[in-house]
Design a protein. Structure first.
Length: 280
């Protein structure tokens, strides 16, 4: 059983270069998060995860359920995800406001959907179906945006809020994604945070980003330390949502484990300041 303190602490994404070191040293971590699709088969990777599960709570983050697809959900994939959840017993399960499959082919990317009444109905239906099959509440992640559909009629934060209200799902507030989108489209990221229902936010993600070379666009590449403006936005998120679990994501240019742990310590320090503002 995970205690309240553990559920509110900071974790890191478990990546292959760090698995052996974490297994040997067992550093202090609030939890570890894995991409579901890397652990759906009986492999040594799953065995190592189950071993680490003895010492760390686990969060499962799906990347291929394609909840925003106009097609039916892939029941085989959904059943594999359910089996993994039953095996690992994660404390959190999350997915994306995106689509990534068509005609049985997976596109290896998280693609945006238009925010319309039609797509809202489809997305809610898929979230409800997934939650019923999995027997778990899903957290839906706020995306990083690089384009917008002209015929969208619903603001993204409203789309997420209404989805949570309709389906009972939660929201994974990716602070870096919100910052990237705000810079790309010129909106106020704090207003975006304020528009989300605080009770629905069950996790926060933090990551690095980079600037594109040829155009004035920020890219959510998870390849560097968290930028100071994102830390500042995280502090605002803590004021808005409280000390929900926070995760440091790092998926490209993966550094030494100590750097990840240092980022996690900084996130924890901000949580501690939020809990004890007289020490700020």
């Amino acid at each position: 059983m995970v205690t309240n303190d553990e559920a509110r602490s900071v974790g890191i994404g478990l990546r292959l270069p760090h698995v052996a070191e974490i297994a040997a040293a067992r550093p202090h971590l609030g939890f570890i998060e894995v991409h579901a699709e890397n652990y759906m088969a009986e492999t040594p990777a799953l065995d190592r995860l189950l071993d680490l599960r003895c010492d760390y709570p686990v969060s499962i983050h799906g990347v291929a359920l394609s909840l925003g697809s106009a097609e039916q959900l892939d029941r085989i994939h959904l059943d594999r995800l359910r089996a993994l959840i039953e095996r690992v017993e994660p404390v959190l399960v999350s997915e994306h406001l995106a689509w990534s499959a068509i005609g049985g082919a997976y596109l290896n990317d998280l693609l945006p959907l238009p925010y319309t009444e039609e797509s809202f109905e489809i997305f809610c239906r898929h979230v409800a179906e997934a939650q019923e099959t999995l027997g778990r509440r899903l957290l839906i992640e706020t995306p990083a945006s690089y384009l917008r559909f002209r015929h969208s009629t619903i603001a993204e934060e409203e789309f997420l809020t209404e989805t949570a209200g309709r389906t009972g799902c939660g929201i994974l507030c990716d602070v870096n994604n919100i910052y990237v989108s705000a810079k790309n489209f010129g909106f106020d990221p704090i207003a975006y945070l304020d528009a989300l229902p605080a009770a629905a936010v069950g996790e926060i993600h933090l990551a690095g980003h980079c600037a594109a070379e040829d155009v004035d666009v920020l890219i959510d590449d998870h390849g560097s330390r968290v930028a100071q403006p994102v830390w500042d936005l995280y502090a605002q998120a803590l004021r808005r949502f409280g000390a929900v679990p926070a995760l440091i994501e790092w998926d490209t240019n993966i550094p030494a484990l100590d750097i990840l742990l240092d980022e996690a310590r900084h996130a924890q320090q901000l949580i501690d300041v939020h809990r004890n503002p007289e020490f700020a």
